[in-house]
Design a protein around this ligand. Structure first.
Ligand code: COA
Length: 429
């Protein structure tokens, strides 16, 4: 245990390198939870390490070790690919572990990580650091794994189960860095047409989860006149701020954490990070709690809204691959789809434009591309939404599913899909 006083990054990195054994595992929180100066210092000492693996979701800083420059010494294992790790994974420079986000803490615990290396906000008057815009899998390891913190004055001090007392921290140091901002994509008219159909089906008092991408954000824009919405979401993003400002979010009809927004990480603009700072309305909780489908399912009228890349005529959603190419990860898509399925009056929306590549490629296909993986399976999928309508799949026969999906495919691709469905005996009329 430390003497609770801050150390320096150099001292901490030297000690860490001395303590690490060959093939040890380290954990770094998602996205802005990364401690940049500490990873710089670790990379500078990589030649003293053997087979140490750093586990992280959605890394946002391009680093030599992610690009395989210290292979056999210090290596990256991504649990969700980002614009930084996607090319590195494709080039064989880092590894990838597939998992539902809710289960990542459990899988990381099994690895018995040597330490969690995390960014944190300065301690409060009671000596508690917060993990800032993160709770994710790392907060689930508090009390189980030693924590080394990089305390950044720009990291918001947040509320929730993402707080560590100074006495629980192995070591800490202070260093300033900017949080990375990720701009929300502006929705196109097509995105808004898709979003409108979802918004029309969300009742007042619903609890919502918004996934990554332009269309879930567009749904939020259309909910400003709703009343008493609750937010229980893995990712907290900018569109939620407007909903709060508009008075649409009170959380008063939620069963759990009534009157609070629950999330496991925030990613967006500086305005979002400022919104999170000392805001007791927003609670950051570990992902094994936030994304637990059984808990989600206890909320009445739970609505999940996530995107996908390709859907076959059974309704299987390939949301993390384009053919054999890994694009992102499962994240919490299946967690929330399952939770919405359990919820009384719940809806699980999977949203997508009907086509990609300027209309040349239908995202609704007879069979998934060879090598594609299923993120939301056919037995869990509920409603698929394109600009041409909503296909209601839950509890439907394969023939009903195929017909509903062809009806919301782009018109230019419908005949071919119908022929394929008949060839496969999916549609018999
Ligand atoms: N065939 C070929 N290319 C396709 C395609 C298809 N069927 N579908 C999409 N693409 C291309 C797009 O053209 C785009 O290419 P570009 O970057 O060159 O423009 C790219 O793939 C990404 O597609 P887009 O629709 O813009 O992605 P998005 O940013 O809206 O994200 C997901 C969509 C599915 C990748 C993202 O939501 C995801 O990773 N989901 C899984 C995790 C999840 O849902 N977690 C839940 C809570 S956060």
């Amino acid at each position: 245990m430390s003497d609770n006083l801050p150390s320096t990054v150099e001292t901490i990195a030297d000690a860490l390198v001395d303590e690490l054994s060959a093939n040890d595992n380290l954990v770094v929180p998602i996205a802005n939870g990364e401690p940049p100066h500490l990873l710089d210092a670790l990379e500078a000492r990589a030649s003293s390490l053997t087979g140490v693996r750093v586990h992280q979701m959605h890394a946002l800083r391009d680093r030599p070790y992610i690009r395989g420059e210290y292979r056999g010494q210090l290596e990256h294992v991504s649990w969700f690919l980002s614009y930084v790790t996607r090319p590195a994974y494709r080039a064989g420079q880092c590894s990838f572990s597939p998992a539902n986000f809710s289960e990542v803490p459990q899988f990381l615990s099994v690895l018995e990580p040597a330490a969690v290396l995390a960014a944190a906000s300065p301690p409060d008057q009671n000596g508690f650091f917060s993990l800032g815009v993160c709770a994710d899998y790392s907060a689930a390891l508090i009390g189980k794994t030693p924590f080394i913190l990089e305390v950044n004055p720009n990291m918001p001090q947040t509320h929730g189960r993402n707080r560590v007392h100074r006495s629980q921290v192995k070591d800490w140091f202070e260093a300033e860095s900017d949080l990375i901002e990720v701009a929300a994509k502006d929705p196109s008219p097509v995105d808004l047409a898709i979003a409108q159909q979802v918004a029309d089906r969300i009742p007042d008092g619903a609890t919502i989860q918004l996934g990554i991408g332009a269309i879930p954000g567009a749904v939020a824009q259309l909910l400003r006149d709703h009343a008493d919405l609750g937010v229980h979401t893995e990712l907290l993003s900018d569109p939620i701020i407007d909903l709060v400002e508009a008075g649409a979010v009170t959380g008063l009809r939620k069963r759990h954490r009534r009157g609070e927004i629950v999330t496991t990480f925030a990613l967006g603009s500086k305005q979002l990070y400022d919104f999170c700072h000392d805001n007791a309305f927003v609670r950051f909780h570990p992902v094994d709690e936030v994304n637990d489908p059984r808990k989600i399912g206890q909320e009445p009228a739970f609505v999940s809204i996530n995107s996908t890349l390709q859907v076959d005529l059974f309704g299987q959603c390939a949301s993390e691959t384009i053919g054999t190419n890994y694009y992102s990860g499962s994240g919490g898509q299946a967690d929330f789809a399952r939770g919405a399925q359990y919820s009384d009056g719940g809806h699980g929306f999977v949203v997508m434009r009907s086509t990609a590549k300027n209309g040349t490629v239908s995202k609704i296909v007879s069979e998934l591309d060879p090598g594609a993986v299923v993120t939301t399976p056919k037995n869990t999928v509920d409603k698929i939404v394109t600009e041409f309508g909503v296909a209601e799949l839950e509890g439907r026969t394969l023939e009903q599913r195929a017909k509903a999906l062809i009806a919301i495919a782009a018109p230019a691709h419908r005949d071919e899909l119908l022929r394929a469905a008949r060839r496969r005996n999916l549609i018999r009329t």
